[in-house]
Design a protein around this ligand. Sequence first.
Ligand code: ADP
Length: 482
Amino acid sequence: MHHHHNNALVVLSIIIAIFASYTALDLVSSLKSSRGRAKWIWLLGGSLAMGVGIWSMHFIGMLAFRIHGVDIYYDVPLLLLSVLVAIIASSLALNIISHRAPSIGTYVTGSLVMGAAIVGMHYIGIASMRMAAQIHWDHFYVVLSIIIAIASSFAALLMAFKLRDDLTLSGFLYRGGAGILMGVAISGMHYTAMAAMSFTVDSSIAVSDQQLLATDGLAAAIIIGTLIILGIALSGSNIDRALSRKSLINDILKEGIEARDQFLSVASHELKTPLTAMKLQTELALRQLNNNEFDKDYIVSLLNRTNENFNRINRLVDDMLDISRITSGKLVLNKTKVNLGDIVLDAIERFKPLYTRAGAPDVKFQKIDIVGQFDVFRIEQVMNNILSNALKYGSGKEVEVTLQLLRNKALISVKDQGIGIAKEFQSKIFERFERAISASEVSGLGLGLFIVKEIVLTHGGKIWVESELGRGSVFKVEFPLE
Ligand code: ADP
């Protein structure tokens, strides 16, 4: 018996399937970024929009179907049941995708259940058809339609999970492409299932006109209704995303302000300590000088300590200036041809008195000559920072410096036997303000190694630390030799 499809409605049904798939993929990213109650609202709204979208594709596909000379009606309760099944399948799919990291087993069960639900929705829809004709089934196409439903559910879940975080333009294009693919798969399932049917007229079947008659008007109403629902869902999802992006920016700003406040409080504490000491030392020296029989040695030692405090403040201010130079990209090297061995040796010699005063043994170093292009002042700064850390965190034990020539590289290692650094901090300490120890234990701003790293990187080199907590650390700096 002659039957055919209304081409315009077929095209519209495919467009609706693509639009619904795209909306579903878009909703997934909103679902993912929301928490608590908002998540439930998205899950509910998303399942509703996606379920109605998929169902509407199927139903329009069925309204596109015509048998010559036979009116087709639909049983409303069964039709509503098929909508319900589509919504449940969608909520299931969304639920799976919103998981943090679904396993392959979850995808398989998910696509089996989702595929079964789509098949259920379709065949319940067919079962709701009322007409004076008998349906004959071609089992090959029925099985094929079931396979397509399950396979496309699997692909859809996989794609939706992959794409859910990507909010860039390429993410949008991917989502568009995936939407088209999914839309075509859903339509493919529907029209394969429709191809499974053939009909013979049977006027003995009574059809009551209480039921819904398939007309173009009904198709138009369903298309418009679906577009409205999908449009609401899509704009809701975009508004939600814009709002959460705004709150993310607020969070970042707040973090920046907190970091600034923390820096101000630590920096002022770092400046206050040497200033207080200097005030005390000058007062003591003045009191001595006002006394006719003053102790010269005592005054000299007071002034020496004042001088050290001056140096400490100077270093702090230099560090802050360097930080602002680095962040504004103005750290410029002034390279000359020099002997790296000399720079390292000079730095160690300058540090020796500090070590002996702290009761630590001499710094061990065997000088070798390595000539290359370096910024002397900046390399001295690198050495000073690492050596002063070895003193600060070295528990008064021996420090050993080695300089090696490796093929076309120079390697400086500074080894101490101090408190060491836990694994999780070993790369962090090279970041700005990052410390592996609290300010109440050992004072510091956490800027030194950041500046050191920037100087080393600007020289084209690299820096890292090998360390064990409680055992000591080895800081290694590698410079390329041109
Ligand atoms: P500061 O010493 O002012 O805190 P740095 O940037 O020089 O800043 O060092 C960052 C952190 O790295 C220190 O706070 C400390 O926790 C850790 N650190 C640096 N050198 C050593 C070392 N030789 N032994 C143990 N910990 C170290």
